[in-house]
Ligand binder design. Sequence first.
Ligand code: FE2
Ligand code: FE2
Length: 150
Amino acid sequence: MPQAVNVRIAELSMNDLEKIAWTDEFSVGNKRLDEQHFKIVSFINKLIDLPSFNSQAEALEYITQMLAYSREHLDYEEQILRENDYEEYSSHAVIHQFYIKKVEGFLKMSFNDNDRLKHEILKFLKEWWTYHILEEDMKYRPFLESKGLT
Ligand SMILES: [Fe+2]
Ligand SMILES: [Fe+2]
């Protein structure tokens, strides 16, 4: 694992309420994918600003919107990798499916204890997306570059 990723993940567990700082380190070298990743990271940072979910409806609205942003991105990323015969396509798509199932699971939760659940969701989203972009997505960067898909 690259040292930068290790440091980033260690920082995460130390302070869950710190926003994800978007740097060039997050770039996978493709403009549209970077834009989608940026949108998702910004949406996670928005959750950090929220003291807690004020109601069940507010929590469900956030999770539903996150699912929509996520699906839009994951579908596009899978399409670009599949159409260009990326070798690790299948295993990468399985990781995406795990994520979608996990976030769909949040929709079934009861938000009576808003602070705890908000924290749980935030922690999952921060850790998953930071690790996924910096570690898993970054593996296809040289592949996309070799295909001229920037
Ligand atoms: Fe991915
Ligand atoms: Fe991605």
